[in-house]
Design a protein around this ligand. Structure first.
Ligand SMILES: [Zn+2]
Length: 344
């Protein structure tokens, strides 16, 4: 997330109340020493952890860090000795050495004379050894140390860790609030573009922001065009798979397909008319809805989920073959006579 667009010391608009509540709890000595911030991906949990850590370390009273005191200046400079941020290093995991160092730091007295805060993000990436090492310190935390664990999948953490943490549920903002924020941080983008990105990001504003910032929405437009060609028998599935993988990360392809098919199905079931999304997205939905029955959509969604699961699993499948076989199924289904048994 860009520092220019977001003041890290200030909570996002939909997180102000929860931060106020947590800072008040700390003032009233009711804040647990271990917090587990859970909630959907892409809504700014790490941002909240950061702005909360800044506020807890700030020498002034208030729900938000003052940005002026000696502590805030050290935090902004990235050199506050009583703040630690633990993330996966060179691999996908948070390893035991990182947690051992953290435990050593936690056992020292705060150097700035106040409290210490450690953020572990994403916490479910701790491997088992790391998690067990952390558990020991969570069982007997030092009085001046706070641990903030951030996770989009808290169920991926050891139950023993979860039970030692105060649970903080971070919620996705409402659509209007999310759109207002996106307009503020991306003033040059049109409303339709923002709405589309927010839709594709399942309502998570930071995911939508990244989608637009990284120009990934362009890649998505190209991918949607490719899928339309596929179901219209204008490109063969093998070539379509190759071209799709040239444009997008495999996981993004499955996510987009899942979203597209689910949106077609949602419109079938609730008899919704379209509108509000980008023209290319609306066109693709119209094409897919005309070709596939609800029953076919359900079956294909199941295949997408299965393929995605294989992709992120430990089996290390051949990405091209995996996508080819999914696109072959979609192509073959598109060539069959429509059967609208589920909706008629
Ligand atoms: Zn301050």
């Amino acid at each position: 997330m860009s520092d220019v667009l977001l003041n890290q010391a200030t909570p996002l608009p939909w997180q102000q109340l929860i931060q106020e509540k947590l800072v008040r709890l700390k003032t009233d000595t009711g804040l647990a020493h271990s917090l587990l911030m859970g909630g959907p991906a892409g809504i700014g949990k790490a941002h909240l952890a950061k702005s909360l850590a800044f506020a807890l370390l700030c020498r002034q009273e208030g729900a938000v860090a003052c940005g002026q005191c000696s502590s805030c200046r050290l935090v902004m400079a990235g050199s506050h000795s009583d703040l630690r941020w633990i993330q996966p290093e060179d691999s996908l995991q948070i390893k035991i050495d990182q947690i051992r160092q953290l435990v050593g730091w936690a056992n020292q007295t705060a150097r700035q004379g106040g409290i210490k805060v450690a953020v572990i993000e994403p916490a479910e990436r701790m491997n088992l050894n790391a998690a067990n090492a952390l558990l020991k310190i969570l069982e007997e935390p030092a009085a001046d140390t706070f641990f903030i664990l951030v996770s989009a999948i808290p169920a991926g953490l050891l139950a023993t860790i979860r039970s030692r943490c105060q649970q903080v549920s971070v919620l996705r903002p409402g659509r209007d609030q999310a759109l207002a924020w996106l307009k503020q941080v991306l003033p040059v983008s049109g409303v339709t573009e923002l709405q589309t990105a927010l839709h594709l990001a399942a309502g998570s504003p930071l995911s939508a922001f990244e989608l637009l910032r990284d120009g990934r929405s362009q890649g998505q437009t190209e991918l949607l065009a490719l899928m339309t060609q596929l179901v219209n028998n204008k490109i063969n599935p093998v070539l379509a798979a190759k071209q799709a993988l040239d444009k997008k990360h495999p996981q993004d392809i499955y996510d987009l397909l899942y979203w597209l098919l689910s949106e077609c199905l949602r419109r079938y079931i609730y008899e919704l008319s379209g509108g509000g999304l980008s023209p290319v997205l609306e066109e693709t939905i119209v094409v897919f809805s005309a070709i596939f029955s609800a029953e076919q959509l359900l079956l294909i969604i199941e295949q997408v989920v299965l393929a995605r699961r294989l992709l992120i699993g430990t089996g290390n499948p051949n990405q091209e073959q995996l996508l080819e076989s999914l696109l072959i199924q979609i192509f073959e289904a598109s060539q069959r006579p429509i059967n609208k048994a589920l909706v008629e």
